[in-house]
Design a protein. Structure first.
Length: 101
C-alpha cells in the first residue's frame, strides 16, 4: 500500500457501515503522508433504488479522523446539483482533513 500527498473520496462513505468506516478511516490515515490531505464528500439523503446507504454524520466523521491523526482544515456544505437529488433533499458535506506532520 502506497502513501499519497492527496487522497480524494467522493460518494463512498454512505455505502459503508460504522465498522467499515472505522477500518477505512484508519487505512486512509495510514495512506496519507505527513502534511498530506484527505478530501471527502459525504452524501446526506436517501440512496438510489437498489443501493444501500447508511446515514452519515459529518461530526462523527471528523471525530473518527481526529482519532487517526487527521485534523479538519475545511468543512463546507453544498446542495446537490442534480434536480432529482434536490427534490429528495440530498446535500453534501465536503471535508478537507490534514495529517499532522
Amino acid at each position: 500500500m502506497g502513501v499519497f500527498n492527496l487522497i480524494t473520496i467522493c460518494a463512498v462513505w454512505q455505502h459503508l457501515d460504522d465498522d467499515a468506516r472505522q477500518l477505512a478511516m484508519a487505512n486512509l490515515a495510514h495512506m496519507t503522508t505527513a502534511d498530506g490531505l484527505l478530501i471527502m464528500s459525504l452524501w446526506h439523503g436517501p440512496g438510489a433504488d437498489g443501493r444501500q446507504v447508511f446515514p452519515v454524520s459529518a461530526d462523527e466523521t471528523v471525530s473518527a479522523a481526529g482519532l487517526c491523526g487527521l485534523e479538519l482544515v475545511q468543512r463546507t456544505e453544498a446542495a446537490s446539483v442534480q434536480a432529482r437529488n434536490q427534490a429528495n433533499g440530498v446535500f453534501w458535506t465536503w471535508l478537507a482533513l490534514k495529517k499532522a506532520s
